[in-house]
Design a protein around this ligand. Sequence first.
Ligand code: NAD
Length: 464
Amino acid sequence: MKAKSDKKNTKKYNICVVGAGHVGLVAAACFAKLGHAVSCVDSDLRRIKALKNNKMPFYEPDLECLVKKGVKEKNLSFLTSLVEGVRKAQVIFIAVGTPPQKDGSADLSSVENVAQVIAGNLNSYKLIISKSTVPVQTGKKIKETISRYKKSSQNFEVASNPEFLREGKAIYDFFYPDRIVIGVESSTAEHILRDIYSKVDAPIIVTDVNTAELIKHASNSFLATKISFINAVSRICDLAGADISKITQAMGMDKRIGRDFLNAGIGYGGFCFPKDLEAFSYISKKLGYDFDLLKEVKNINEGQRKNFVEKVKERLWIIKNKKIAVLGLAFKPDTDDMRFAPSVDIINFFLKEGAHLTLYDPQAKPEAVKLFSAKGGSASGGKAGRLKFSKGPYEAIKGSDCLCLLTEWGEFKKLNLEKVKRIMRYPLIADGRNFFDKNKVCSLGFEYIGMGMQSDGQSSNTKK
Ligand SMILES: NC(=O)c1ccc[n+]([C@@H]2O[C@H](COP(=O)([O-])OP(=O)(O)OC[C@H]3O[C@@H](n4cnc5c(N)ncnc54)[C@H](O)[C@@H]3O)[C@@H](O)[C@H]2O)c1
């Protein structure tokens, strides 16, 4: 961790983090590492019980070690009682889920629930900070709720401190953020938040609460737009016979554009971009502005999944009874998170067409098993015994007619492609992330499908 000044003594705050999920648990462990006294509360009793037994509820590199250290040093504890967490804290971070509803709006019932409990337990001044991603004006609603239901005359303030961490790199992102955004209503709240983060060396942007909330929605929507933009360009590449990899390389070298989030593929997924885009669209419309651009970003994203399966279908002709190996299920590498993962739609499509699928992911198998079981297929055999999980990539690939790469896990770079070709029934690679070196796989005799990559093998990469 990059300390601003080793000599500087940080004031120790009693912090309660509500929600022990991908954001809450990471934040709780990291605040404990910064030296604060943190209690992390979750309404999921099994989750808290598991955490008390040192069992992590999801895969996140280095998290287990940090949690164990916090607990050992007595800076971190886990609670099921929100009342207890609220009463002993001066600072409360709300990090509960804000899932999408059918109409696209964010379900803020968990946030409201927490606000009500805080209202009933205001035994001292408290600063209540939303870390959950919420639509603009949610802070105002939290404040109204607490004011309405509070039973004491104690003061409180509401603030916003949106989280920008990436799953898979969450600990690093917490300690080395590009910026920390704090939306506050007073210098007291600003002072507390600056104090809490005083050991993290990052620029702090101070705004009002509404602006901080909007920064998060605008940032995620912009990144999703960048991905959809380059995916739309990749469609033109397919049609015109151009190479998206060279286009992104050249565009990315322009400092005004930048190379990040400029990878063509099967599109974005996860718990943030799809729902935040929808929620931003919804709140914009509610406020009186129709953000049509965001609707198109979503359409392009969904179109990429369809485009991918159409490409495979075009090569295999009949999908029924073909054996398809799927490598990568999580919505991105280094996480086991399957929420809104593009792999889910793609797998369901192939299943519907009658294919036999063997799935492999280095971490996401337990989540995938839960997900496909919940959808009515038996995880061990699928609805008609057509969905299997394998323990390793070669087991999945063996005897297959097509290898679909859906998540770019680093371990897939180490695949022995000669062996892969030997054990496949038909050497076809459908690369949903433009992850493999197309020239290499083509020179080994594979047929290659990429996204905007001149899939016939005549890449401009070969033209020196
Ligand atoms: N996952 C990410 O990469 C990420 C990044 C930045 C921001 N966010 C935002 O942070 C928020 C949390 O996301 P997440 O991925 O951590 O979700 P998550 O589903 O992993 O965790 C949410 C946790 O909150 C708990 N919870 C729900 N209601 C509760 C209540 N009333 N009291 C106590 N606990 C309760 C749930 O049991 C769950 O453990 C969301 O608003 C999300 O958009 C997520």
